[in-house]
Design a protein around this ligand. Structure first.
Ligand code: ZN
Length: 515
């Protein structure tokens, strides 16, 4: 008998924590951050206290009340022994978006991660550059301090890596990257990497097969788990991207599945079909390219989702065609090097690195790695100011402070990422708008306008192709796989599935179903 328990992510976009078990042996499908739940209690100025280990996230229900977490994050006043103990032999991680992987850092460090080599490289790059705040790839052990309930670092500077099992044969380059943590000559920091091996080497409770999927980050995977029941898990995916045909290979293989766990991001809560499935990566390239062409002598800024390397390559092609150069941040350049350790090498041809005004004394990943490798590619704010028509800057909201150093007279800003889906995101867009108004930018892709004395944010769909399958493509996927049971996750509207397929089984958070 196979059981599936959805601990989180059933009725929200993100936060997947799905446990699949057979004969007392189990795995998690993803173990991500639920941003909605986190935002209920925390913000920039009220944060989860790392000195209290798992306490805050556990007490507030941000992570499920289970006995599966790192013992070194358990303060003396937190008793998890009374919580159910699950057998977790691995996390099968679909991709490196934080809403799928962000809570792995809390899990017992002996639980290995099965994911693509590309995702492993991206996760390591993210942790090195502090783009992810939890210890997904490596951790510094903690221990209780003499003050009750507080955790402090133990073992000085020793970092220990988790074990990773890649879904494709990992390269020695990736092995070296996992073993390396930029640290500076005087640091005593040591890194003991975990094991890096191929997933066929790992004895799992199911016969597991991984498939590449097309999504808005490279390295996305879907999984087929063969046990008493055959379970297909899509992760996040789309069919309309450049690599849509890879997702279709999974759909074909999943025809053997009796249970399909499928994402439903683009099924709007209202159930109304506002979904536009005519926008492809190719049409986005055409729209953005003609915008850059008509920008004339203006500076162009392209703002796309974090680590959306495919969109970055789209802008690389646009830069080439329009005789401009792409300028990325040092973190992006570090991620290029990380990707180079896996199967996805992005080219740094025709790419420069924005030379941010900052104190780099403690930024070892930049001084030891990026500057060593690409020192000749750094470009100062003055150079951009002198010839703005030569560049496309890859910036997002948080990089706009650099405009105070570049001092452009005007410019074109292309917003090429997902729409706002919450009031707090609306506030961020209003702030972004203020910056762009201040610097007299012509803005494409979104707009803040005033209606009845109230500011509203709207988006131009032509500038972004979603990373998720359209409603039509979700329907095609389900009808083609034709499973006995459909379990929707990663959606705010599971009822959309129930209305269309009577074999939909809505599994609420915390609920367990058996097959
Ligand atoms: Zn995703």
């Amino acid at each position: 008998m196979t059981s599936i328990t959805v601990f989180d992510g059933a009725e929200s976009i993100g936060g997947n924590k799905i446990h699949v078990e057979e004969d007392g042996r189990g795995v998690f499908l993803d173990f991500g951050t639920n941003f909605g739940k986190t935002a209920m209690f925390f913000s920039d100025f009220l944060q989860n206290r790392t000195s209290r280990g798992i306490n805050d996230a556990l007490a507030l229900g941000i992570i499920p009340q289970l006995d599966i977490y790192r013992s070194d994050l358990r303060p003396s006043d937190v008793k998890t022994a009374g919580y159910p103990h699950l057998n977790v032999e691995a996390v099968l991680l679909s991709h490196a978006h934080v809403d799928h992987c962000g809570a792995i850092g809390y899990l017992d460090e002996n639980i290995p991660i099965v994911t693509s080599a590309t995702s492993i490289a991206i996760l390591k790059g993210m942790q090195d550059t502090t783009l992810i705040s939890t210890d997904v790839v490596y951790l510094g052990k903690k221990e209780p301090s003499d003050q009750k309930g507080l955790m402090v670092k133990s073992g000085g500077e020793e970092l220990i890596g988790r074990n990773f099992y890649a879904t494709t044969a990992p390269s020695s380059k990736l092995n070296d990257f996992l073993a390396d943590k930029p640290k500076g000559p005087k640091s005593k920091k040591t890194m003991t990497p975990g094991l890096l091996s191929h997933y066929e080497e790992l004895d799992l409770p199911f016969e597991v097969h991984a498939y590449d999927m097309d999504h808005s980050i490279y390295g996305a995977a879907a999984f087929l788990l063969e046990g008493d029941a055959t379970i297909a898990f899509t992760g996040d995916f789309r069919l309309h991207g450049k690599y849509g045909s890879t997702s279709k290979k999974f759909v074909s293989a999943a025809k053997s599945a009796s249970v399909l766990i499928i994402e439903g991001t683009r099924v709007e809560r209202s159930g109304e079909s506002k979904d536009d499935d005519t926008i492809s990566e190719e049409s986005v390239r055409e729209t953005c390219c003609s915008t850059v062409e008509s920008a004339g002598d203006d500076l162009v800024i392209a703002d796309f989702g974090p680590r959306n390397f495919e969109r970055l390559e789209t802008f690389q092609a646009i830069a080439q065609k329009t005789g401009r150069q792409l300028v990325v941040t040092a973190k992006d350049a570090y991620m290029f090097l990380a990707l180079d350790c896996a199967d996805h090498a992005c080219s740094m041809n025709n790419v420069q690195i924005y030379d941010e005004l900052k104190d780099r004394r403690n930024i070892k990943w930049e001084t030891e790695v990026v500057m060593q490798q690409f020192g000749n590619k750094y470009l100062s704010s003055d150079k951009i100011n002198a010839a703005p028509e030569k560049y496309i800057l890859c910036f997002s909201t948080y990089d706009l402070k650099h405009l105070l150093d570049i001092k452009p007279d005007s410019g074109t800003y292309i917003y090429s990422a997902c729409e706002s889906f919450s009031e707090s995101m609306d506030l961020d867009f209003k702030m972004l708008w203020n910056w762009l108004e201040y610097f007299k930018f012509d803005v494409k892709g979104f707009c803040v306008s005033e209606e009845n004395g109230k500011e509203t944010v709207s988006f131009d769909k032509e500038y972004h192709a979603s990373g998720h399958a359209s409603q039509k493509d979700l329907a095609w996927t389900i009808d083609t796989i034709n499973p006995e049971v459909i379990i929707p996750v990663h959606t705010e509207n599971p009822a959309w599935f129930t209305e269309k397929w009577e074999n939909t089984r809505i599994v609420h958070n915390g609920e367990r179903v058996e097959f």
